[in-house]
Design a protein around this ligand. Structure first.
Ligand code: WT7
Length: 652
């Protein structure tokens, strides 16, 4: 269990925030939903499946005959893109806005459901012309622009599996993912806008493809119009090649269990895992939770998930959930401080955003910038605000509600993961008297528990490991190409339950307080980072012999990456200075991406190890967080910590 003294204070939190009478009276979901789902969870989900339009209605619910490989609605057939787009057009909502796109430089686009249908039909026709077939994979490496969504839905329309790689990842990270899923087509852009300047993407693709000989086509969206190398025979401009296609395309229905996408996420080993989501169950999970937890009123709400489409939050709550529900969304390309620190609030005011969904890390940044910034804008349109990605500390929760939500809107803290596909633990906005800092309890149809080392449910007031005790529709189906890793990672720690990798406590009422990862995974600004992956990146540098990485508590980013390295051979002291540290930080950035750059790198002579050679990260965390060093009795050499501290004292 992660030791977290702060949590005991948290559990004494007595503030409660019930919904207003008005909000509760008009809420989509009432308290009865829990009892209904508890009585028969399969029937509950079968009912939610009716939110979608099936070409063949499913008669089966859950098939758990071969655990932990679940099938949901297996005899049903549907097309995901049809559900997200065409059916709304057919229902007379073609002119309804699907996205208000706000580019960082201030350019805007309005995309209706009819526009979306044309765009993704052209995209589907283009992919077919390129020889992409159902079940093939397509890699998408893009900035936050509408074409990213067009590309995803074009794939879904023809049954191709998309794998979106976050644009902040490096060429190396991109090539590993392309190779792992065997993609032959890549969709990218010349670049995107970031902090007021164009930032190129295409060069990273060119570099990645040096080690991906099977990729025959790269479709390049023109966004920044910067100088872009186009390789003859391989690279095609999106506007030429997709632009010339017909906007007529008839979607074909696929099995509910047909793969929809793969999203790579960091695990406890160096190699990222390709989390596989399939069509029917995933869409049901997204559609239901988007409707229930955000209290979505599709006719009037303006919904904004301020996240990147390249993460699961974007997949489920910028693309699939909102579109399945026929929502009008805002999509913003850039950073919150460009060109000024009020940019988000200007966007809320401009589009009259009613629901905002973002991460605690950015909320803490806004706190730092001061409440006078949002105060300059009209935020009265907001009626619900959500949080995701990491534990939200009560002070940030309270600030969010008071300053952004005018002390009026429900705050919906949602716990979930890339693997779970959609939200799992969250308050019901019209029902729950929320506690600041707690994600509260499993939503209707989802069953979670906190268990001890032996897998036994802990009593209220105690902590343990967070598990999911029944299968759910939007659960991952496997690790792409590696069923064994799926079984080992999620279903082997405890018998018959899904191990989430998080520690949690139940308070006196049985409400859940998620503490964070119990494995070697860090959460930096809501992004999942593997300590081992960063360690491998560091040791791949010629001057590094050994590395240990820990996540240290950080007031802004939740956790920050702190690395301890042992240098190779006898590097003269003058070569161990700040330049080397910069060089190592940049090395990690090229290996994985700028988001993986350690906040701090400390050069040490030794690392604390147990007798079996396992690095004791707990002790390194003590140093990184400037704490008294904990128990060192299990160290192979108990003097190591003194040595490290002496060493660091000398160098600082
Ligand atoms: C990990 C999953 C879910 C989309 C974004 C992250 C942490 C996520 C919460 C929350 C406390 C949270 C967990 C989880 N996490 N949401 N509301 N409260 N912790 O997806 O990259 O797959 O990371 O993020 O540690 O395991 P992800």
């Amino acid at each position: 269990m992660p030791e977290n003294p702060a949590i005991d204070n948290l559990l004494n939190e007595t503030r409660r925030f019930p919904p207003s009478k008005d909000f509760a009276a008009n809420a989509n979901v009432t308290e009865e939903a829990y009892a209904e789902a508890d009585a028969d969870f399969e029937a509950f989900w079968a009912k939610q499946a009716r939110r979608l339009t099936w070409e063949t209605e499913p008669t089966q619910n859950l098939d758990w005959s071969n655990p932990p490989f679940a099938k949901w609605f297996a005899d049903g057939k549907l097309n995901a893109a049809y559900n997200c787009v065409d059916r709304h057009v057919e229902a007379g909502k073609g002119d309804k806005v699907a996205y208000y796109f706000e580019g960082e430089p201030g350019d805007t686009r309005t995309i209706t459901y009819a526009d979306l249908k044309d765009e993704i039909s052209r995209g589907a026709n283009a992919l077919i012309e390129l020889g992409v077939k159902a079940g093939d994979t397509v890699a998408i490496y893009m900035p936050m622009i509408p074409e990213t969504i067009f590309a995803m839905l074009s794939c879904a329309r023809i049954g191709a599996i998309h794998t979106v790689v976050f644009g902040g990842f490096s060429a190396d990270a991109l090539s590993t993912r392309i190779q792992d899923c065997n993609a032959k087509v890549v969709v990218t852009a010349d670049g995107g806008y970031r902090r007021g300047a164009p930032s190129a993407l295409k060069p990273a693709v060119d570099k990645a493809l040096e080690s991906c000989p099977d990729v025959h086509t790269v479709l390049v969206v023109e966004r920044t119009k910067q100088d872009t190398h186009m390789q003859d025979g391989r690279d095609k401009w999106w506007h030429d090649y997709v632009g010339k296609q017909s906007s007529e395309h008839t979607p074909e229905a696929f099995d509910a269990e047909h793969p929809l996408y793969v999203m790579y996420t960091s695990g406890t080993t160096g190699k990222p895992k390709g989390i596989l989501h399939t069509t029917g169950g995933y869409l049901v999970g997204c559609a239901y939770t988007h409707w229930a937890l955000f209290d979505l009123k599709a006719d009037t709400d303006i919904f904004w998930t301020a996240a990147d489409v390249g993460w699961v939050t974007g997949h489920s709550y910028i693309v699939y959930g909102p579109l399945a529900n026929g929502t009008t969304s805002v999509m913003y390309e850039g950073t919150p401080e460009t060109p000024h620190r009020g940019r988000w609030w200007e966007i809320v005011q401009k589009y009259k955003v009613t629901i905002l969904y973002c991460a605690p890390t950015v909320i803490r940044t806004f706190m730092k910038w001061g409440e006078e910034v949002p105060a300059r804008f009209d935020l009265t349109s907001l009626r619900l605000i959500g949080s995701v990605g990491e534990p939200i500390n009560p002070e940030a929760w309270i600030w969010y509600r008071r300053v952004i939500g005018a002390d009026r809107t429900p705050v919906v803290d949602t716990w979930w993961q890339t693997e779970t596909g959609s939200s799992m633990i969250a308050p019901l906005p019209g029902v729950t008297a929320a506690k600041p800092g707690s994600a509260m309890r499993a939503i209707p149809g989802i069953f979670t528990d906190v268990v001890d080392d032996t897998g036994k449910s802990v009593p209220n007031g105690s902590g343990g490991y967070l598990v999911v005790t029944k299968p759910w529709p939007s659960m991952l189906r496997t690790v792409y190409g590696d069923d064994q890793r799926y079984v080992d990672t999620y279903w082997s720690r405890f018998k018959d339950v899904y191990f989430a990798g998080d520690g949690a406590k139940k308070d006196g009422d049985g409400d859940v307080w998620v503490l964070g990862r119990v494995d070697d995974v860090m959460n930096v600004s809501g992004h999942r980072m593997s300590t081992t992956e960063i360690e491998s990146a560091l040791v791949s540098h010629v001057k590094v012999a050994e590395a240990a990485v820990v996540g240290a508590t950080d007031a802004d980013t939740g956790q920050a990456i702190v690395a301890f390295v042992i240098l190779r051979g006898e590097l003269p002291e003058e070569e161990q200075g700040p330049e080397l540290i910069t060089e190592l930080r940049n090395h990690v950035s090229t290996q994985i991406g700028p988001i993986a750059k350690p906040r701090q790198i400390m050069v040490v002579q030794e690392l604390p190890k147990t007798r079996s050679g396992k690095i004791m990260r707990r002790l390194l965390r003590d140093i990184a967080e400037k704490r008294e060093i904990g128990d060192v009795t299990t160290l192979a050499d108990s003097t190591v910590m003194d040595l490290i501290q002496e060493n660091l004292a000398k160098s600082t």
